[in-house]
Design a protein around this ligand. Structure first.
Ligand SMILES: Cc1cc2nc3c(=O)[nH]c(=O)nc-3n(C[C@H](O)[C@H](O)[C@H](O)COP(=O)(O)O)c2cc1C
Length: 336
């Protein structure tokens, strides 16, 4: 007998797909989603995902083994599609019999979906448009995460509520679709489940759990922040593309704007060529997430956070956060 009958009824397909009690993923967060947080999420009935990020195959191998030592429950691995060693990382997942691989950061390169399915794992993908989502399902993807612009980290331009209304009526009957971005409370989970989602993915809400290794200063910045502090990186000049990232406003974000103005001026004067100018912009944030998460430099690092950061006010164990989300979701569905 479940304590959350209505929620679990709507989550049944997602939970069966993940092999979990609750169809709640903690989205991979680079530097944050390592063995401790991932295992804690899975042990609390959710689905933890290791953020491979720029890890080498050797480091990923160690991280998967260490996570397995902390949980016997299912967890996944998030691989960035443009990682130069993508196929070596897939091989590491294969050796560990990882059950679910999430491909993030772009369209999966040729052969990657097949290579993952070849060792029996499920492939979870992201898609910014409905047409691409349908194509990825045709090409063998097993599940989709739709992530709106409220989310922390790298984002697209469209909000979660619009993506959900656009994608779910077309896909949810035949496919497993998880909704991410801006979910801070169980009532939000309830709404997307009622719209047809098989489950949800949260990042911001779990980033500062007691089990998270994030620096105390990173956590304190989250607890202080309101929704409006989690801003998107600003692009100043059309010649100098900026990948949109949602993070807490700080000295670094101000300096980034100033840097773009400075580089645009150098371009106008012919003092640098386009390639060098774009490289200066690209390199500005190199290593910045690590500086914030691990070193605690919340002024010059990148404190990636979603708009739900205003609903994160204290450090709590993952289990307490999960219980609260599930209780709130069940209450919302019961009221409905
Ligand atoms: C600090 C931080 C780091 C993140 N790093 C990654 C990453 O490395 N790869 C990825 O696919 N998503 C990353 N994300 C996105 C999360 O996996 C998740 O989809 C997102 O946080 C969900 O939206 P929410 O923040 O509104 O809950 C990151 C998010 C945060 C807050």
């Amino acid at each position: 007998m479940t304590a959350y009958p209505k929620t679990h009824a709507l989550m049944a397909r997602g939970a069966a797909f993940l092999g979990t009690e609750h169809a709640v993923l903690c989205g991979a967060m680079s530097w944050v989603s390592e063995r401790h947080l991932v295992a804690a999420i899975s042990n609390a009935g959710g689905f933890g995902v290791i953020a491979c990020g720029a890890m080498t195959p050797e480091l990923l191998d160690t991280e998967i083994a260490a996570t397995k030592a902390l949980t016997g429950k299912p967890f996944g691995v998030n691989l960035i599609t443009m990682h130069p060693g993508l196929f070596d990382l897939i091989e590491v997942c294969s050796r560990h019999r990882v059950g679910h691989v999430v491909l993030a950061g772009g369209i999966p390169p040729k052969g990657s979906v097949e290579a993952i399915k070849a060792f029996g794992a499920k492939v979870i993908v992201f898609a910014p448009t409905l047409a691409l989502a349908k194509k990825l399902f045709r090409q063998g993807a097993d599940a989709l995460v739709i992530e709106g612009s409220e989310a922390g980290g790298h984002i697209g331009p469209v909000s979660t509520s619009v993506l959900a209304q656009e994608f779910l009526p077309e896909l949810a009957a035949d496919h497993v679709v998880f909704v991410a971005g801006g979910i801070g409370r169980g009532m939000g989970i309830a709404a997307y489940l009622e719209m047809g989602a098989s489950g949800v993915q949260l990042g911001t809400r779990f980033a500062c759990a007691s089990e998270s290794i994030a620096h105390p200063a990173f956590k304190a910045a989250f607890f202080r922040a309101n929704a409006r502090d989690a801003i998107t990186s600003v692009q100043v000049d059309p010649r100098l593309p900026v990948i949109p990232v949602r993070a807490l406003r700080n000295k670094g974000s101000e300096e980034f704007t100033a840097k773009q103005i400075e580089v645009a001026k150098l371009l106008d004067e012919g003092a640098v060529d386009m390639g060098a100018a774009q490289l200066q912009i690209e390199h500005f944030w190199a290593g910045a997430l690590r500086r914030a998460v691990i070193d605690g430099d919340v002024e010059r690092g990148s404190v990636m956070a979603g708009q739900s950061v205003g609903m994160v006010s204290k450090e709590e164990p993952v289990q307490a956060i999960m219980d609260e989300l599930m209780t709130e979701c069940e209450a919302a569905l019961t009221r409905a």
